[in-house]
Design a binder for this molecule. Sequence first.
Ligand SMILES: Cc1cc2nc3c(=O)[nH]c(=O)nc-3n(C[C@H](O)[C@H](O)[C@H](O)COP(=O)(O)OP(=O)(O)OC[C@H]3O[C@@H](n4cnc5c(N)ncnc54)[C@H](O)[C@@H]3O)c2cc1C
Length: 806
Amino acid sequence: MKSQADVVVIGGGVIGCSVLYHLTKIGRRDVVLIERSELTSGSTWHAAGGMHTLNSDPNISKLQEYTIKLYKEIEELSGQSCGIHLTGGLFMATDKARSEWLRAAQANARMLGMDKHFISMKEAKELFPLVDTSHFMTALYDPLEGHVDPSGVTQAYAKAARKQGAEVYLRNRVLETNARADGGWDVVTEQGTIHANVLVNAAGLWAREVGLMAGVYLPVLAMEHQYLITEAMPEVAALDRELLHFIDFTGEAYIRQERQGLLLGTYEQACVPWSKDKTPWGFGHELLQPDLDRIAPSLEVAFKHIPAIAKAGIKNVINGPFTFAPDGNPLIGPVPGLRNYWVAVGVMAGFSQGGGVGLALAEWIDQGEPGSDIFAMDVARLGAWANRAYTHDKVKENYARRFSIVFPNEELPAARPLKTTAIYGKLAAEGAVFGAAYGLEHALWFSPEGPGDRERPTYRRSNAFGPTGEEVRAVREGVGLLEISNYGKHSVRGPGARAFLDRMLAGKIPEEGRIALLPMLSPKGRIIGDFTVACLAPEDFLIVGSLGAERYHLRWFWKHLPESGVLWESLCHKLDGLSVAGPKARELLSRVVEQDLSSEAFPFLSIARMSVGMAPAIVGRISFTGELGYEIYVEPQYLLHLYETLRRAGADLGLRLFGSRALSALRLEKSFGAWAREFTPDWNAFEAGLGRFVHLGNDKGDFIGRAAATEQKAAGAKRRLVTLTVDTKDIDAIGDEPVWHNGEIVGVTTSGGYGHRVQRSIALAYVPTPLARDGERFEVVVLGEKYPATLSTKALWDPSGSRMRV
Ligand SMILES: Cc1cc2nc3c(=O)[nH]c(=O)nc-3n(C[C@H](O)[C@H](O)[C@H](O)COP(=O)(O)OP(=O)(O)OC[C@H]3O[C@@H](n4cnc5c(N)ncnc54)[C@H](O)[C@@H]3O)c2cc1C
């Protein structure tokens, strides 16, 4: 084994081999893979090899499409068969909710250029003659679906990579990974030590154990998964072509042909984790004990829906383990807090996603950023709170819900409440219905029914609709109180703080006592942050962004921090906050502070330290509602006092609690974009309407992304973020829906909801610049139905912004 390599990948499962192949595909030659045993010695060995493109995240869906189309390429390059069976697939729904879900999935697939289409029950029967269609309402056909040979695919990746210069060392367990002072890693193996500039942990079933060698807990847990293979069936043997893949949501099962029988796998409710504490190093190709009782409910449904199965003998039952992250998506990317340590783990659908994961990771390693917004797969989306116990509960929930619909307004119950603030109990007593973001409970809305009410999961307007409307109107007409502890807060201070921020952010850094809205760009000029930056003292800044992106942003800042002179600290759970917003907000706050809050003394975008009641606070004159408003931050021990002080002071002003559902409606009425919806790395600042915050003047230094932004500005934005009013009755867009114009898909929504004050259903969307004209007519597809929509270049509420500046 050589003693030095540019990139060392640990793990020769389908994921490690795909990463290795993609590194060579984009031109990296000095790359090495180390495998403990033979290739495919983990989950990959057990897999059924099924593949599909369906995913609720359009970017992941695209990567799945890429994966499936890649198999021909690696077959040709390597000379190794991947055993490709591109049979096509059928998704069958027995009820209305799932049928609607399929309609939305089909509309979105069409937007991505994928050819999924509905077929009649007669056609479904022709394609899958064994099914009893009388049980079903809807059938969706997808030609890009099938299965591959897991071992063939893995070998093909490895062979193709070797042909392009990679080296693979088998039967060589990695024993230690030790960080070097030069930023690289000493990878200690059974066959000696190799020094890597970059290390990739793709250890699959052993991802946790390999992570711990570098002191990192990776939140993945293996679950037992069973599929059975029937004896040869005359009904299958009689067919003149291979059967399609068949997803039976009601039975929580996937079914496909295996030789002259069927293969049926389930995601059963009575699911069982495997090796909760430690994956044994000796585990290899052996199977786990089958337990047919566990999957009996799924089998019963299958016997009804595909009666021939009931008569078939069972030839084999496979029970094997594979790993999941708490939300079921892969964990990929550089691990925050470590230098040059990357992961590609928790990939539960290796044969649908492996190629895309390999491509995204290789591009990211090579170019410093992945090719598209893959935050849904980014290891940084979870924090240290995603520990072993949390992972256990969430993975079980996720597994059991693999074939369940997650409605857009649905909050899943496992591992909650985890993080709460000091006023959680107070808000609960006021009827707060909570959601969890980044592990933190926050009020979504307040139920007039009082404590313990729930929001009913639905695609349409829910029981939250009425109360949310009341909250919106209270903010627009009087004054509202919102907890904002769930914003992402950071402190940047030290003698080099201003210069550092000037390099990191694309706009003008504010002077003392002022707040500015500033985008952060990647080297390619994509939006990777959207902050309010407040200057508290000449070299002391408070930065507020998204809590969910805390570690994503920390990782970026840590990467660029100078050796000395700047301290970057996450205040996410060190500062809590409340916001008061509405025309009466000044009157309210003036009652509990000594400072003059008049517009002259404390104008829009001011910030200052002051006492609110007895709580030392940072008060900024800013609000995401579009009304006169203040954000008030205090250390957590003062939050309860702050809350009670404001409640008392606001009682006679009609102060009303509001939650993030109302905040979302308020910001839509104002056409304010939000991180992770409108502002993502898929767009540049000029497309997103943030161009006016990008400062390209001579008085601004060479910030990251400046060259790209200069080019983008000169070229002009091809697409623009716009506001659409959508003519719906009882449903609103949610984001990621296709936008049609003259019979063609031209754009995509990013958020949607009801504007309770303007009484319109609103969607924010990206459309081609030539169409971004007032009054232009479009259609937005919500849940598979087209609704007329009209473009507005201005916000629907207070377009001049005078209310928040008052
Ligand atoms: C029963 C079953 C059915 C499945 N069906 C499907 C399906 O139909 N479609 C689908 O897409 N997915 C399916 N899967 C999931 C699929 O198997 C996984 O998504 C995929 O195999 C994950 O691959 P991986 O490379 O991440 O992990 P693994 O396959 O576990 O590979 C990890 C590799 O790392 C090596 N390694 C670990 N530690 C070290 C070390 N210290 N030193 C050196 N090497 C090390 C291991 O030996 C192993 O070879 C199924 C899984 C099971 C169990």
